[in-house]
Structures are given as structure tokens and as C-alpha cells.
Design a protein around this ligand. Structure first.
Ligand code: F6P
Length: 326
């Protein structure tokens, strides 16, 4: 067997947690140990790297977590990592432990920070995309997205029961930060009559007409999925309510429940494969690579390429959803 290019790695989950992160940590730790590497877990993301919350992990440390939501390493929003002097402290903490490779599991903010680390240091760095937002380019999916879609779907299916009973219009707000990718997928599979996303300017008058026309045809209840990045549900309700006067409008903000829960098979499979691949890249001396999932393959994409491109919502999906929910 050829000699590994590195001896010791560390793994962390900065930024918002996503279901499947634990599955990815398990894959990283067990792959690393099977290659004879020493592996550390950094608690609380970049904050723990600065404050030295770094502990060695073994095979048993990641037992019983494959199905658990959240992240066993915990996380912490860490604006201080933007300061170079804080990053220098973090780098020293890694070097003191003989760490020469780093695996960052997280969303677009984590990827940008991982790129900075790779540019400023000799550490080999790989990134595993994990976010319910699915807003990272060069990968079809991020870990946690499928789980969040299913969680929101289950909630909307329940909301539909009460919406139908009362013949109401329900505005359901879903997460996704500045993007509508999560809302679009949720809206399509939930059969929402209207989907409002930041990528497309909404027209309240046209939406009201769509609802009133639907009622004329015999529809009695309506689900409107609103992406938090487009408009907040309560604000949208204020705009829509006067235009559909004789219909009752209610709102439901799904919020952080979308980030929790046991990861689905799809989120877990992605986590197992990208986790192993991220370690193998480091073992081969590769760096500055994100583990993308394209079609059925895991591909290694340079950070520079991922950061250059913005992921776009597939607007064909919006047209399909509108046609099917008429
Ligand atoms: O990026 C994941 C995400 O859940 C977004 O969808 C949401 O806007 C944001 O994180 C919420 O962040 P926080 O948990 O810090 O409120």
C-alpha cells in the first residue's frame, strides 16, 4: 500500500447543522482510521478551533450516530474567524496536535472559510457540502436537503388536512436563506397551488386571481409555500388577505424543525460516500476540493470553481408545479 501523504486529520461542522452531518462524521472517522490516520473532532466549529476544543476520536466515538440529527461535534456561528489574528490562533491549535489535514462539513459559508484556511496554510483541506438549503454549486445535492424536504412535506400534508376542513388558504414559510431551492422542491412535491421564491418577482394580484379562479373551478383550500428569502409569511398574508376577502388566511412558519430529525436514506448515502471520499483525497495528498454529487457519482471539485459559480433554482420546476396544482 502506498504511504499516506498525511498522518493526522481533524473534522468539524461549522455553520448551521443539517441532518446527515453525524453520518458524515462517522464516515470520516471510520475511513480515516481504516487508512491508519489519527483523527480529531473539533467541537463548536471554527470557535472550537480557536479555543482549542479539539479531542481525538476513535471507532467507538462515532457509534450509534448514523441515524441522529444535528451534529455530535456541535456548532457555533463564529464571526471572529473572519479576523486573521483569530485564525492564526486556530492554526496553532491544529499544528500543536500534529494535524495536517482538515475536513470541513457545512454550507456555503463554511466552504468560503475552508478556502481561506487552505490559502493561508499548508494544511490539506477538503469540504463536504451539508446544508438544508442545497445552495452550493457543482453538486446536485447537499447533505440534509432531502431530509428537510421530507420534514416540510410531512408538515404540509398535515396542514392540508386542516386547510381542507376549514376551506382556508394556508401560507407556509420554509427556510432556505436567500435561495428558493428548498421552497421550490417542497412546493412541487407538496402540490402547493402557489410557490413564492426570491428568484422570481411575485405579483400578489396575479396570485389572488389564481386562488379565486381555482375556487370558481371548485377548489376549496389552497397551500402557498413561501421561501423565507422572498418574503416572510405574515407580511405576505397582509398583502394577500385584502385581495381574497371572503377566504380565511392562516400562516404557518416551519422554522428550525426543518433542520432536525433523523436523516433520510438519501441524506445518509450522500454522507457515507462524500465522507469517505473527503478522507481519501487527503490521503492522496489532494487539497482544496469539495465533494460534489453529480448524477450517481461523487466528484472532486476545486474550491475555486465552486466559489465562482452560483447555484440557480431550476425554474422549470416552478412552471411544472404551477401546471400540476391548477
Ligand atoms: O443555512 C441553513 C439555515 O437553516 C437557513 O435555511 C436559515 O435561514 C438559517 O440557517 C437560520 O440560521 P440560524 O439557525 O442561525 O437562525
Amino acid at each position: 500500500m502506498p504511504k499516506n501523504k498525511i498522518d493526522t486529520i481533524a473534522v468539524l461542522t461549522p455553520g448551521g447543522d443539517a441532518p446527515g452531518m453525524n453520518t458524515a462524521i462517522r464516515a470520516v472517522v471510520r475511513t480515516a482510521i481504516s487508512y491508519g490516520l489519527k483523527v480529531f473532532g473539533i467541537h463548536k466549529g471554527w470557535h472550537g478551533m480557536i479555543t482549542g476544543q479539539i479531542k481525538e476520536l476513535n471507532l467507538m466515538s462515532v457509534g450509534g450516530i448514523i441515524n441522529r440529527g444535528g451534529t455530535m461535534l456541535h456548532t457555533h456561528r463564529c464571526p471572529e474567524f473572519k479576523e486573521k489574528k483569530m485564525r492564526q490562533i486556530a492554526y496553532k491549535n491544529l499544528s500543536e496536535r500534529g494535524i495536517d489535514g482538515l475536513i470541513v462539513i457545512g454550507g456555503d459559508g463554511s466552504l468560503a472559510a475552508a478556502n481561506v484556511v487552505a490559502q493561508e496554510t499548508e494544511f490539506l483541506v477538503t469540504h463536504i457540502p451539508a446544508s438544508i438549503d442545497n445552495d452550493i454549486s457543482c453538486t446536485d445535492y447537499t447533505i440534509g436537503f432531502d431530509t428537510a424536504v421530507n420534514t416540510a412535506l410531512e408538515a404540509i400534508d398535515k396542514i392540508r388536512d386542516t386547510a381542507a376542513s376549514h376551506e382556508r388558504v394556508f401560507i407556509v414559510e420554509v427556510m432556505g436563506r436567500r435561495h428558493g431551492i428548498l421552497a421550490l422542491e417542497v412546493g412541487l412535491v407538496a402540490g402547493a397551488e402557489v410557490i413564492v421564491i426570491p428568484e422570481v418577482k411575485y405579483n400578489v394580484k396575479a396570485i389572488a386571481k389564481r386562488i379565486l379562479d381555482g375556487r370558481e373551478r371548485g377548489k376549496t383550500s389552497f397551500i402557498i409555500v413561501v421561501a423565507e428569502g422572498a418574503i416572510r409569511a405574515h407580511e405576505f398574508a397582509k398583502l394577500l388577505d385584502p385581495k381574497i376577502k371572503d377566504m380565511d388566511v392562516r400562516i404557518s412558519v416551519l422554522g428550525h424543525m426543518q433542520r432536525g430529525g433523523s436523516p433520510t436514506a438519501i441524506s445518509r448515502e450522500l454522507a457515507c460516500k462524500t465522507g469517505a471520499c473527503a478522507v481519501e483525497c487527503l490521503v492522496q495528498g489532494k487539497s482544496r476540493l469539495m465533494m460534489g454529487a453529480v448524477s450517481e457519482d461523487i466528484i472532486e471539485v476545486p474550491f475555486a470553481k465552486v466559489l465562482k459559480h452560483k447555484k440557480k433554482a431550476d425554474l422549470r420546476q416552478l412552471r411544472l408545479a404551477e401546471m400540476l396544482a391548477i
